[in-house]
Design a protein around this ligand. Structure first.
Ligand SMILES: Cc1cc2nc3c(=O)[nH]c(=O)nc-3n(C[C@H](O)[C@H](O)[C@H](O)COP(=O)(O)OP(=O)(O)OC[C@H]3O[C@@H](n4cnc5c(N)ncnc54)[C@H](O)[C@@H]3O)c2cc1C
Length: 416
């Protein structure tokens, strides 16, 4: 295995696998799984944790020969789990369709993203996993299992942490294509944001706030993504006259060339819902990330708790992004059962420095029942107190994977 082949995107994880394989047919995939004592699906490697790791065989589904099939009558698309959102979005748009939302980057695989509850932003937008209407997975016996919304266990399997099997195909809800206009505002007074957080968060289809806490009095940037087919929402008073005078990157002093179109110019949904363009490295690459989701009603109190730690965080913090996500019904979605606000942290690549401040941040957010993003750095704890269906998920895991082939150290640390 070459040096790079064994690393995740941010290069903080070296996979322990003996081999990485990329079957081209589902039958080949079933044989690989049935013959492996330990096996795990590998997506586009954008997680920062050991969630995708195994000591045995890593299986990429990127090479599976499965077409993208649109069912216009049902408003659904069937797609191979290894396909990246950026590629799926191009094909959907070509056929006149769209997904409701995207994450900050289009580089991630569909199955990898939904397995961790990946989300974008928007008070009415649920996680990307909530768009899943059906999936097929190869379990550790080599069987192909199909689950859809009419199966109770479907709601446990979509955000499956890679623990249940290898997802070959995913079926997603789609809608007619639409246009988005993205505008960036900067140096927004913190007090105005605290007073009007709900108004700002709901003032466009998708809204992100970025704070470095270098300057305590200001939130550095607010990104608003408006659908042109929606009723016009007035620009919140806090943002008026604060439109950025050119394209911006969320990170200070980084070129905006890798960012999606700004300046309020309307255009394709896939070119504006993510922050970053598919052809470029997203974010900056030299980083770690953590993220915590908590009830939206606690947004301002949690923001104050994070600000209170600003001096401790500054040595390792590149930027904190605040987004909103509507609640869903998926057992392990970090926004399960509650409309949520997410506090994301792009750290420097300093693992020891991050490890030092992370427990303090987690303690500050614990009173809000903050749920960590499964794919970003956090301190593992028994999730039972945060997820009412956790015991059901563990039972489902044992049922679908009786020989424990998909259980790795990451899952063991959570009690699976
Ligand atoms: C720059 C950057 C920006 C990001 N922005 C966002 C964001 O806006 N919002 C957000 O919520 N997250 C974000 N993330 C986190 C990212 O979306 C998640 O970590 C996501 O899980 C990565 O998907 P992946 O395809 O790389 O999966 P991997 O990291 O490769 O794997 C993740 C998990 O999915 C499982 N998996 C992968 N493929 C399959 C399959 N076919 N079948 C079964 N299980 C599978 C793996 O086994 C593993 O458990 C970001 C990450 C980066 C690096």
């Amino acid at each position: 295995m070459s040096d790079d082949a064994g690393l995740n995107w941010s290069r903080n994880i070296r996979y322990s696998a003996e081999r990485i394989v990329a079957p081209t047919t589902v039958d080949e995939l079933r044989e690989v799984v049935a013959a492996s004592a330990s096996v795990k699906a590998l997506g586009s490697r954008h997680s920062f944790t050991r969630i995708a790791d195994t000591t045995g065989t890593l299986v990429s589904t990127a090479e599976l020969d499965l077409p993208i099939q649109v069912d216009a009558a049902q408003r659904r698309v069937r797609v191979g789990g290894g396909v990246r959102y950026g590629e799926l979005a191009q094909e959907l748009d070509r056929q006149g369709w769209a997904l409701a939302n995207l994450a900050s980057l289009p580089h991630i695989s569909v199955a990898g993203a939904v397995s961790t509850g990946t989300h974008g932003s928007g008070v009415a937008n649920r996680s990307l996993a909530a768009a899943v209407t059906g999936l097929e997975l190869v379990t550790s016996t080599g069987d192909l299992v199909r689950l859809s919304e009419t199966d109770e266990t479907f709601y446990g399997a979509v955000v499956g942490l890679g623990a249940l099997g290898i997802v070959t195909t995913v079926e997603l809800a789609i809608e007619p294509t639409f246009e988005v206009a993205q505008t960036v505002y900067e140096n927004v007074p913190v007090e105005a944001v605290r007073k009007a957080f709900d108004v700002i968060a709901a003032s466009a289809y998708s809204v992100s706030l970025f704070a470095t806490f270098h300057e305590d009095a200001y939130v550095d940037q607010v990104w608003r993504k408006e659908r042109t087919d929606a009723a016009v929402t007035p620009i919140p008073a806090a943002l008026r006259d604060r439109e950025a005078g050119g394209a911006r990157h969320p990170l200070p002093r980084v070129s905006a060339a890798s960012c999606t179109v700004q300046g309020g110019k309307a255009g394709r949904w896939l070119d504006r819902l993510p922050h970053f363009r598919l052809e470029f490295t997203p974010s900056n690459g030299e980083e770690l990330q953590s993220e915590f989701l908590l009830p939206i009603a606690d947004a301002v109190a949690a923001f104050d708790a994070v600000r209170g730690l600003a001096d401790r965080l500054k040595p390792v913090l590149q930027v904190c992004e605040v987004r909103t996500i509507a609640g869903d019904e998926l057992w392990l979605s970090p926004s399960s059962g509650r409309d949520s606000v997410a506090f994301h942290f792009t750290w420097t690549a300093d693992e020891a420095g991050v490890a030092e401040v992370l427990p303090e941040l987690e303690a500050a957010l614990a009173p809000f029942d903050a749920r960590p993003h499964w794919g970003k750095v956090f301190t593992p704890r028994d999730p039972a107190g945060l997820y009412p269906r956790w015991a059901d998920f563990v039972a489902l895991q044992r049922e679908l994977d009786p020989r424990g082939a998909f259980v790795n150290d990451y899952l063991r640390a959570l009690g699976v």
